[in-house]
Design a protein around this ligand. Sequence first.
Ligand SMILES: C[S@@+](CC[C@H](N)C(=O)[O-])C[C@H]1O[C@@H](n2cnc3c(N)ncnc32)[C@H](O)[C@@H]1O
Length: 217
Amino acid sequence: MSEPLGPTEWGQTPGVGPWPGPLPSGDDAAHYDPELLREGDTRNVVDAYRYWTREAIVADIDRRRHALHIAIENFGNDANIGAVVRTANAFAVHTVHIVGRRRWNRRGAMVTDRYQRLRHHDTTAELLAYAAEAGLTVVAVDNVPGATRLEQTELPRDCLMVFGQEGPGITPEAQAGAALTVSIAQFGSTRSINAGVAAGIAMHAWITRHADISAAW
Ligand SMILES: C[S@@+](CC[C@H](N)C(=O)[O-])C[C@H]1O[C@@H](n2cnc3c(N)ncnc32)[C@H](O)[C@@H]1O
């Protein structure tokens, strides 16, 4: 592996030791990383991908990515983006779009960003143009006036969900460009929930409706 190791690759996860027995051969042999076969694999990857190269893992997920795209606004510096990327990876989201600043704190992603398609847009207008071109229905996610309940709303299959950031929430521009806005039902005293948590709930709502659960790990 040529890149420096990340937090989930420092040997704290159980992982597996060196490949036991004869090395893999045949058509699938190219999936395997010679160094991981030799040294063992302590990365945070599902067992099916043990010893695989990063490129082989990404290519395999690419075959199965969902029609769900996620966008998060990053005009300040939102610390939730890492968690959003990690959850998007878990759900085989097609692409995570970062809107605004290019820089974001990768710590919460726990290295999952290496396996997730990411795309940057300078402005919300650029993001909306991308969605139109790609035939995606834009769904704004925030508890703002005009929102319908996520729990009672039919989510489009070819979907781009947009999340706002801590503090200002979703931009008026993103909401105006969305076909619909959905809010997550709350019952306590807080005005809102953490953006990373909200993104996880909303992604899972889409998964429940549109994914083939029999194909999950
Ligand atoms: C912490 S919220 C800030 C804005 C929020 N509208 C407020 O009044 O405080 C940051 C982001 O998390 C998401 N979010 C938080 N709570 C939500 C909820 N109940 N329903 C939908 N999205 C929510 C939205 O994407 C929102 O832009």
